[in-house]
Design a binder for this molecule. Sequence first.
Ligand code: IPM
Ligand code: MN
Length: 373
Amino acid sequence: MRIAVIPGDGIGVDVTAEAVKVVRAVGDVFGRRFEIETLPWSADHYLQTGVTIPPNGYAMLRDEFDAVFIGALGDPRVPDNRHARDILLGTRFELDLYVNYRPVTLLDSRLCPLKDRTPSDVNFVVFRENTEGLYVNVGGRFKAGTDDEVAIQEEVNTYKGVHRIVKHAFEYAQIRSATLRPAQGRPGFHRGASLPGERRRRVCMADKSNAMTHGHALWQRVFKDLAPQYPEIDARHLYIDALALLMVQNPSQFDVIVTNNLFGDIITDLGAALQGGLGLAASGNLHPGKTSMFEPVHGSAPPLAGKNVANPMGAILSAALMLEYLGLATEATAVEAAVQQAVTTGQGTREIGGTLGTRETGDVIARALRSRT
Ligand code: IPM
Ligand code: MN
């Protein structure tokens, strides 16, 4: 299996090293061959060469690799973050990775900022539309820089785009609504729930159709068309502001949340807070059946770069999602178990109550995997 690794900027470099360490441990323990190719695309690379991503970059990722792993992108020396837009958002758009899959899983009660919540209360997934919405960068500035400036940023919602993400959410819930269903055919995220607590029977679609009566009317239409096709699924709609409130008040009512690109961006940061911080949050940018991209939800955190303090768990859990997507469900579960064990025993970085550095945390997780045999 060929994996392209783009460490990127800042702590992206630090955490990616640990994710790669863990993937290599998986390769050794389970006898899997991973060919890992590291690509230099980053702010440094852009500042040195003027190239954000080479002209054949997207085609190369798509055609030559089974998966792409990205650490983080963003650097104050590139004020418009053009390289991040090209490398991260460009890969999402050009590889048509329309599903941004962001599980929100609390691994230990002590990490939750809410009172008296346990892991069973914070255990849901968000499917964020990843190829359109407000991220298409359609719009413009008229009379920019003057007091008469008019700035327009258009939100694009297409039937195809909305339908495929909402359908993906229902299909995922359908497969995960029963326990112990075997993985079904196509790879990626179709592990059956192995415990009753992992069932995902409820799908909540969130939009702002009360205010955005054109674009989000389309979300309403698609949702109302699809919901009856999944009679076993409990389908519910919430306005995005109400969803934000309820995620804090009582997150246990959610299994699967599906929403647009910008709302998904915002609520997955909220979700990350519920699970103990951005350092723990994982994501997959998917086009089922095609080369997909995996990245921790956090950013590049320039002040922390190279200091061996960033939490690599979000990156390592993203690597687990990648393994699962590649059809290696047992390996993915083993990685998740190793992270869970490290969290439970307090072996991690400071923000999860540990005393370890980035590298030492990666070592603990890799060692736990190796000691399975
Ligand atoms: C994320 C990030 C990106 C986004 C930024 C870096 C453009 O916040 O992956 O959530 O908004 O999608
Ligand atoms: Mn974000």
